[in-house]
Ligand binder design. Structure first.
Ligand code: AMP
Length: 213
């Protein structure tokens, strides 16, 4: 089962991708998390990605496609996947189609819809775990102990690109560069919409219905 979760930054893709993948018995991957992991390890790719991410713009396609293809082609991920944050451009969508022609193609694309005002509110309060990447929200779901992850005890921090000036740019880039591939998947008849402003559990239920899990 190959599923893509789409939606603007702050729509809840990360939280939902992990839950959905567990239900489906496949792996979840977030391109943003892979980039952040490279940054933590200070690899060449991480340094390159940082220069784009801190501005709120996309990392070039060749770099992003190479990184995700390596993950997809790993034998540990052969049962399928839930992709979070990839593809985001036409070239990435094309590369994914090409890579999956002999592996059953994409089964479902689900778009999590959230209004711009709500995205700005959510991203402004978001803090994430530096170890396991779990997100918390200072307004809606704060951690039990200030600054500490409830799952692994890691320290919580605000991503540089969740600061107000970068958030606006990220939403703009999403609208310009990623909206067109939604039309591409809609025309292919594999895209369904989910209301992302419901409670987290209801979004999860709607996603499972959308992929018939
Ligand atoms: P995310 O964690 O999904 O919000 O991604 C954080 C940042 O990583 C984005 O603003 C981009 O700079 C970069 N990024 C993540 N995924 C992609 C992608 N598929 N294509 C290009 N850049 C990406």
């Amino acid at each position: 089962m190959n599923v893509i979760l789409m939606g603007p930054p702050g729509s809840g893709k990360g939280t939902q991708a992990a839950n959905l993948a567990e239900k489906l018995g496949v792996s979840a991957v977030s391109s943003g998390d892979l980039f952040r992991d490279h940054q933590r390890r200070n690899t060449e790719l991480g340094q390159l990605a940082r220069s784009y991410m801190e501005k709120g713009v996309y990392v070039p396609d060749d770099v992003t496609i190479g990184m995700i293809m390596e993950w997809i082609n790993d034998p540990d991920h052969s049962a399928g996947f839930v992709l979070d944050g990839f593809p985001r451009t036409q070239a990435q969508a094309q590369a994914l189609d090409d890579a999956l022609t002999e592996r059953g193609g994409i089964d479902h694309v689900v778009l999590i819809n959230v209004s711009d005002d709500e995205l700005v509110r959510r991203l402004g309060g978001r803090i994430i775990c530096s170890e396991c990447q779990i997100p918390y929200n200072l307004n809606t779901s704060p951690p039990a102990v200030d600054g500490r992850c409830e799952e692994c005890g890691g320290s919580l921090y605000q991503r540089d690109d969740d600061k107000a000036e970068v958030v606006a740019r990220r939403i703009e880039v999403y609208n310009e560069e990623t909206q067109p591939i939604l039309d591409y998947y809609r025309r292919a008849g594999i895209l369904s919409d989910v209301d992302g402003e419901q409670p987290v559990e209801s979004v999860g239920d709607a996603l499972r219905v959308a992929v018939s899990a």
